[in-house]
Every structure is written in C-alpha cells, then in structure tokens.
Design a protein around this ligand. Sequence first.
Ligand SMILES: *[C@@H]1O[C@H](CO)[C@@H](O)[C@H](O)[C@H]1NC(C)=O
Ligand SMILES: [Zn+2]
Length: 494
Amino acid sequence: MKLIFLPSVLLVISNVHAFLYNELVQYIDSHKEEYVEVLRDWVEVESDSSDVLRRSDLHRMMEITAQKLRSLGGNVELVDIGEQELLDGQTLALPKVVTAQFGNDPDKTTVCIYGHVDVQPAKMEDGWDTDPYNLTDLGGNLYGRGASDNKAPVLAWIHAVEAYQALSMELPVNVKFVIEGMEETGSNGLDAMILAQQDTFFSDVDYIIISDCSWLSRRPALTYGTRGNTYFFAEVEGPNKDLHSGVYGGTVIEPMTDLIGILDTLISPSGKILIPGIREAVAPLSDEEWKMYQDIEFDIDDYKSKIGVSQLMYNNKVDLLAHRWRYPTVSIHGIEGAFSASGSKTVIPAKVTAKFSIRQVPNMDPAMVKKQVTDYLHSVFAKRKSPNKLKVTMIIGAKPWLADPSHPLYEAGKVAVKRVFGVEPDLIREGGTIPIARTFQDVTGKSIIMLPIGGFDDGLHSQNEKISRYNYVEGTKLFATYLNEVAQIKRSKV
Ligand SMILES: *[C@@H]1O[C@H](CO)[C@@H](O)[C@H](O)[C@H]1NC(C)=O
Ligand SMILES: [Zn+2]
C-alpha cells in the first residue's frame, strides 16, 4: 500500500487547490438534517417506472432532479429519449434523462456520475410497516421506497458538489451527471441516448462512477464486477388442445414430461452446469482472487438465517462468494401453460414453455451460450424420440462487466474509504446484472467504478427499504473525498 499512497501525497503537496477535508466533514455533518429533508421530498414522489399510471409523477421526479442540479448552477438539460410502446400498441412518453455539468476546465479530469430516480413498486398491502412514500426516521434508519435504490446515493453526490461550493472550494474535477428514470424497468431509451451523445456529452468524460449497489457487510465496499444474464424460453408443443388425463393419459407423449426431462439435464443437484462448453468458457479462479475472497467480511450463518435455509450449495466462504459472483448458474423460473392454480385438475397441457436463465461471467459470450444451450437441448430432446416440437429462444443476452480492482480509480476509492471510514474496503462483485455498466464501457470506452454507499440490509426492491442515516451522511463524505482522490490520478491523455 505504501507505493500507492506515496505519489498521491506528493501530488497533494504540489496541488494549488487545497483540499479542506475537515471543513468538508464539518459542513456535511452540520447539514445532515437538510439532507434528510430533501430525501423526504424525493421519496414522497411515487416515481414507479413500471406503473404507467404513475408516469406524471415520474416526469415530475425528473423535473425535481433537474431543478436541484440547476439550483447549484449546473449546466442542466432534460434530454428527450422518445416514447415507449405499450403492450396494447399505445405509446407513452419516456421520462427525460437529466444531464448536468459542473465545470469544464480542460486541464481537469472529468467524471460522470450515473444514477436513477425511478423506483420499484411499493404498497402498504405488500407488508410495509410504514407508508413507503412517507420517509420514516426510526432507530437511525430512513425507511421509504427508493431511499437506498437510488435516491439517497444520487442526492449524496449532489450534496458532495454542494459542499465544495458552499465552502468556496474549487471542484478538483469536472463533474457530470446522467440521471435516468427507467432503470427499474430496463433503462428503456438510455442505450440510444448514450450512443447519440457519445461524441458530445461523453466525449470529454474520463471516468464513469455508478453508485447503484450495496455493501456486502458493515464494511464499506468497492464493486468491480457484475454478472450478465441470458434468459431462455423452451417451448414444447404437442396435441392441438389440452387433454383429459383419464381419457388420453397413457396414449399420448406428454409435452410436460418432455419439458421436465430436458430441464433436468441443465444442472446437476450439486450445482454443476451440464451444458457442454459453458464451464470451459469461465475464467479460472486465480490465487489472487482466492486471497481477496478470503479477506472479505461475510458471515455464512447470517446469510443462511436471512434467507431461511439450513444448508447451502457450498459451506465455505470462498466457494459461496465465488459462485455468487464469478461463476455462472442456471435458475429455472417457471413454466407457462402448466396448471398452477390451487386444487387439482387432471389436465395434460398441450403446450408448455419453461423460463430459465443463465448468469454470465467472463469469458462467456451470450451469443455462444445461445448456441450451446439450443444445440444441447435439441440433442437431449432428440434422444427422447418424442413427436412433440421443441423451440428454444433466448430473449435476453446481457454481458457481464468486470473492472480491474487495482486500476487507479479503485486505488482512489481505497484511499477515500480509508480516510472517511478508517478501514480498507472490501473488494466485491455483484451476482446480479447492471447492464448499463457494460453499455457505458462498450460505447464510451471509459473506465468505470462502482462506489456503493447502500447498506447490506437495505432491502432494495423489498418491503421496508431503507438507508441508514450513517450510510447517507458518511456516504456523502466519501463522495466528496473521492472527487479529490480521483483528481490525483495522472491523466494518460494529457
Ligand atoms: C407521514 O408520517 C408522519 C408520521 O407518522 C405523519 O405525521 C404525517 O402526516 C405523514 N405524512 C403524510 C403526507 O402522510
Ligand atoms: Zn437501482
């Protein structure tokens, strides 16, 4: 670590703009009640992107975000990203994407912060203890839909910029924002917007920062990878209508039996993926990674009790974390067309469609996985000599994202975490998919860091979502500090 700290210290000394850490911390601490109040105003807006009836709230949320950024003197735009086509053929305006810019000094590094202000649905009837849209301050936690995902982190970034301004400290880097309102339903329209602004808004961006994830434990974390996902439909079609099992059972070759038969060949009971070629494509676990996983704070018993299981697929920390983050897995989600109501019905379904997904990791390629899965299922199906018809389609093919945790962006993150929290961060990955990271990387070619401030138990997408006051306020300090640390990175393009 000494080697990493040294250049940074030398640069700070030669830097003309003083970084007043204590003043920033003091300022942030003395404004935390205001931060909570702004979060209250933001949580109050039911900006649920999945509910078309809430679209006016979502538009309002984008306006509020733009206004907040404008009030700090940012160069703010609301970018029209077109319309969304609904299932019934009607169209609906997508929420505009808010872009903002603070500073355009060509001698400075430019960071672009990505975030979203739309939320997952939430209703009292879902089992919330408090009104999800009335921020509730209980035991040091701020409960409300969107509190952690992703409104408080977006506000923390804005407040970090505000703190510099209030103290008349020059921003150490140019800061841009890209805030969208469709993240929870697949970032509709954002890819096209990034592509369209590749040579304009994004042209001078050096680094992209995403704070749309959480820590793994009480220890702060830096996230350097997310899994991708491929999602498949496997349809088996037989008779021209549903049949009575008393009348036809024993004479027809049933689609459901065929389907269950082939599904059972995807993965072994011990979690081994049986589709040829998939395991071979996975990057091997290096000794370095193994050591990193060893150092991560993770309580297996806690994890088991949280999800209510007595046994997991693996019983040591490294295997569990590795299989959660850096190995692929097959999950079977459902069967459309199957009888699923309560009670009994002696039906032979004529056509059934299985839905399953395979999480993607380096060096898997979704296009290759599509071929591997399709070929394999057809070959397994052929062995059954069934007269039924099998059709396999891949409907999602999202690539994984992986950064180098020793990249200067991450070294800057380690220094900032150490300064604010007094500990080294865990270096973690996400088992889930954040496709926008990969899009940013592929389209802009810029390096990305995921810098989370959400707690491990924030309950994203779940009942009683919250962010703690601690994470919100200390997270604001982390972001303010990080801006200074990023400015110390030597720019390669100069
Ligand atoms: C939010 O909750 C507080 C405390 O329970 C209550 O006093 C207030 O009226 C609520 N506000 C709204 C808008 O429902
Ligand atoms: Zn999110």
